[in-house]
Design a protein around this ligand. Structure first.
Ligand SMILES: O=C(O)c1cccc(C(=O)CC[C@H]2O[C@@H](n3cnc4c(=O)[nH]cnc43)[C@H](O)[C@@H]2O)c1
Length: 237
């Protein structure tokens, strides 16, 4: 399988690479504005390209689209794209240190406010605010990682108050986590007809901003552990 993993920042990419350390390092491949880190064994069952595309859905979409197009033009199209990184977990659903596998990748505020409430973009007749990861693969990945499953929201503003956390959870029932890139990665993958997963390790709880409570190191370690467990599954998929 040819796999593309898109993170926001280098620390997340390094954590994923550490999880996949059983694969050989195949060097760095330049893309316009980005660098792909390539892992895999020649002739082996899994080749993984890792990309740190930047923070936010726009950067994520641009980076993922560039990697996908480059691979397509080289006749080496990816079989699977994974958006990965740290995230905020919704209280009572995804505790700090847990891993979340998305069963839906949702652009949380892509739509319109109306007097009757929020209308997602599909209700306005333009595209979609939801991408669905392939089943049964997403479920199998979640079971392998002993992960929480639920919608992962993509936001452009980190939620910083209890009130906004409640509003978001009410608008997206069952939401497990929020992060800032998944939907951008999913849009690019969808344009190329490539299935997409989102895997997040929870560094903080969605709600009042409290930087001292963030457990980024623990979340990065959980991300490494997750990709270590994922490798054998991907090798036989
Ligand atoms: O100082 C802050 O409060 C702050 C404001 C914006 C961004 C940050 C970050 O540390 C980077 C966010 C980065 O990590 C993911 N992430 C992690 N937790 C959350 C969250 O609760 N809500 C949204 N995104 C989160 C996200 O995918 C970004 O890549 C700090």
């Amino acid at each position: 399988m040819r796999l593309l993993v898109v993170t926001a920042v280098a620390a997340e990419l390094d954590s994923v690479a550490q999880g996949l350390r059983a694969l050989e390092d195949r060097g760095v491949h330049p893309l316009p504005g980005h660098r792909l880190r390539r892992l895999g064994v020649a002739g082996g069952p899994l080749r993984a390209d890792l990309l740190a595309a930047g923070v936010g859905p726009g950067a994520a979409a641009a980076g993922a689209a560039s990697a996908l197009a480059t691979a397509f033009l080289a006749n080496e199209a990816y079989d699977l794209v994974v958006a990965a990184g740290i995230a905020g977990g919704f209280g009572g659903v995804a505790p700090v240190g847990s891993v979340v596998v998305a069963d839906a990748i949702v652009a949380a505020d892509l739509g319109a406010e109306t007097a009757a409430g929020f209308l997602p973009v599909q209700k306005l007749g333009f595209g979609t605010s939801v991408h669905l990861p392939p089943q049964p693969l997403a479920g199998e990945v979640a079971r392998t990682l002993e992960a929480v499953t639920g919608p992962v929201l993509t936001v452009s503003t980190v939620t910083g108050t209890a009130r906004n956390a409640e509003l978001l959870a009410a608008r997206h029932p069952g939401a497990a986590a929020e992060a800032m890139e998944g939907f951008g990665v999913a849009e690019a993958a969808e344009a190329h007809g490539v299935p997409v997963l989102e895997i997040r390790a929870v560094s903080n709880t969605v709600g009042p901003r409290d930087r001292d409570a963030w457990r980024i190191g623990d979340a990065l370690a959980a991300l490494t552990d997750a990709f270590g467990k994922l490798r054998p599954l991907l090798e036989k998929t």
